[in-house]
Ligand binder design. Sequence first.
Ligand code: XIL
Length: 313
Amino acid sequence: AGLAVVAKAAGKLYFGSATDNPELSDAPYVAILSDTKEFNQITPGNSMKWDATEPSRGTFRFANGDAIVDLAKNNGQLLRGHTCVWHSQLPSWVTNGGFNNATLQSIIQTHCSTVVDHYKGQIWDVVNEPFNEDGTWRTSVFYNTIGPEYVAVALRAARAADPNAKLYVNDYNIDGTGAKSTAMVNLVKSLQAQGAPIDGVGIQGHLIVGQVPTTIQANIEQFAALGVEVAITELDIRMTLPVTDALLQQQKRDYQTVIAACNAVPKCVGVTIWDYTDKYSWVPSVFNGQGAALPWDANFNKKPAYDGIVAGF
Ligand code: XIL
């Protein structure tokens, strides 16, 4: 029936895929990406990041992001903006600018309001990866200069630019319960106590075959209990290569486990995989010796993981 079809039949808003501009010249790739029975949501993997959108101060570049927005619009797909404030893929004029607190706050405000205004009417990962594994704050230029308040500064700027956008904080290794997930719970509570706009928690979901946390549903429930939405925003489940039948079968079960956990919690509104084919996965370039993390193989054949996703909804 298609992944988006089964997700919507289960009451979810969307099932989506990340994509990136260089892939859009691959016609067989685009055909599946544009099939709204499979995907009714798209996330740009790189083209809305700070280095892409504001490479020098006050100079904004929207062409690559616009190309992905146009594709999604033509297909009738939702779009998830990714991401306003992140320590990575951040131009050195921000990282090494030596700005004081007030100036960096105004730089965040200008950046987030300009980008969220340009890409209006979307879901946004406003802040990405604020925490360390132990739940302490990551020492980015934003945290070091502004303190934890940088998160609310970014969210308020995004809300002012587009009152209709759903605003998320997103992180990895917050799939199961633990110190990092607790930090996210505490951040949401603190934002709510200050009256800062926060609509959702994004669980990236970069996982390893055979190692899906057993507490994933309980963890989604603890986020949902805060009154916010939850989404799985960057799901992939990687394996140590070479691919074997046993690993593919375990991967199928793992995808089913993750999807079933989201499915069980009404406030978990949707799932996005971090691209759909192993041809374009980021995994092999970052995790040495690992790959085959997605439900379609590099030749666009569906893997057992695809059936695991269907079974999870
Ligand atoms: C990755 C992209 O997929 C790669 O193409 C790029 O080289 C690095 O970033 N968490 C995130 C994403 O929030 O933005 C990252 O995307 C993957 C990890």
